[in-house]
Write a protein that binds this ligand. Structure first.
Ligand SMILES: *Cc1c(COP(=O)(O)O)cnc(C)c1O
Length: 395
């Protein structure tokens, strides 16, 4: 008899051998600059808690109050009995914050992408997608059934060429990440807008790593480039800089209304909880009240990158707090990450399939929750391990 599961064991072994097996570390503390990871107190260089809001006292308080008033579970999807006044309020406040007509919230950025792409295009349609777009965009594209045409990364000319060569289609959608999550580079939105507008195509930007990071007070990539009114659909996440969980789409009233009717995760998966929505509202309050956290995030980013370059590390093409430390082979990146951990620094390695083979790296995520001494502590560990593993020349 054939063992039905032998292939799974073979695949898992192969992952181990290639250094591509994800060893999942467990956290036993609140989010912040320091964490307890696998029982060890370590400097946190890998969470998306850009503004330090994940354990903010105000967010915790309003979440607790919401639980006391509404309980813990949503008990329904948004279209049946799951829409609380809190969800509506959050959507209104996000629209104001972003300077758009309307927003619709989802359970995550991932489900926002799935629901939005599949809600806007289908079989006779075509999607022009940056070749390095996030997995959730790729899955949304596949789910839609539309023809997918990839264009060169951050290359508006390549987009233009692909549009001209595409042949006949019904509707079309251009999609790009705003900030690319593995390299930290920013989409050339003004040029993409120009191409999309000249061909009268819908343009969608997934700004998961730009929300709370780019633009005035963290209003995102559209604000960063002053392109209000020129991007049809912005997808954002509430799980990164906002410090909570959830996703949303910022768009015209028509598109938002349509997604309330046809965005499948909105119709068929339960809403985020009252505590989540309340905490997100408090995050919007904090972002609207002051740019202090966003400013500190950028100050930390500039300092850390400048010092890493001074040490001799290759931090790739990042223009944002995402700081890839390019190492090449996956085994080396994994070993580097383990040695950092031994030196009290939590920074995960990233390899195939998240990034291309041979482009493995440690991805450092800078946060406003870091103090200068924390960053110095991290730099020291990078220098030590870099020399030990021959990535940096010993002085
Ligand atoms: C993180 C991320 C998402 C998913 O957001 P979640 O809220 O965690 O589901 C989507 N797109 C991009 C580009 C991301 O980096």
């Amino acid at each position: 008899m054939i063992d039905k599961l032998q292939w799974v064991r073979d695949e898992l072994n192969s992952l181990h051998q290639q250094g591509l097996y994800n060893n999942i570390r467990t956290i036993d503390s609140a989010q912040g600059a320091w964490l307890t990871v696998d029982g060890k107190h370590v400097l946190n260089f890998c969470s998306n808690n850009y503004l330090g809001l994940a354990n903010d006292e105000r967010l915790r308080k309003v979440a607790q109050t919401a639980i006391d008033r509404y309980g813990v579970g949503p008990a329904a999807v948004r279209t049946i009995a799951g829409t609380l006044t809190l969800h509506q309020k959050l959507e209104e406040r996000l629209a104001k914050f972003k300077g758009v007509a309307a927003t619709i919230s989802f359970q995550s950025g991932f489900s926002a992408n799935l629901g939005t792409v599949a809600g806007l295009v289908s079989k006779e349609d075509v999607i022009f997608s940056d070749e390095l777009n996030h997995a959730s965009i790729i899955d949304g594209c596949r789910l839609s059934g539309a023809r997918i045409i990839r264009y060169g990364h951050n290359d508006a000319q390549s987009l233009e060429d692909q549009i001209k060569q595409a042949g006949a289609y019904h509707r079309a959608l251009v999609i790009t990440d705003g900030v690319f999550s593995m390299d930290g580079d920013i989409a050339p939105l003004p040029q993409l807008v120009q191409v999309a507008e000249s061909h009268n195509l819908l343009l969608m930007v997934d700004d998961a790593h730009g929300e709370g990071v780019l633009g005035r007070g963290g209003r995102g990539i559209v604000d960063h480039f002053g392109l209000h009114g020129h991007v049809d659909i912005e997808v954002g996440t509430l799980s990164k800089a906002f410090g909570v969980v959830g996703g949303y789409v910022a768009a015209s009233t028509e598109i938002v209304e349509w997604l309330r009717q046809r965005g499948r995760p909105f119709l068929f998966s339960s809403a985020v909880t009252a505590a989540d929505a309340a905490a997100c509202l408090a995050a919007v309050d904090i972002l609207e009240a002051s740019t202090e956290r966003v400013d500190k995030l950028w100050e930390n980013t500039r300092y850390f990158k400048q010092e890493m370059k001074r040490l001799g590390f290759d931090t790739g093409r990042s223009e944002t707090p995402i700081t890839p430390v390019m190492l090449g082979e996956a085994e080396l990146a994994q070993q580097f990450s383990r040695r950092l951990f031994d030196n009290g620094v939590f920074a995960m390695s990233i390899g195939f399939p998240t990034v291309a083979r041979g482009k493995a790296r440690i991805r450092v995520m800078i946060s406003a929750s870091h103090e200068r001494v924390d960053l110095d502590r991290g730099l020291e560990a990078f220098a030590r391990v870099g020399k030990e593993l021959g990535v940096l020349r010993a002085a």
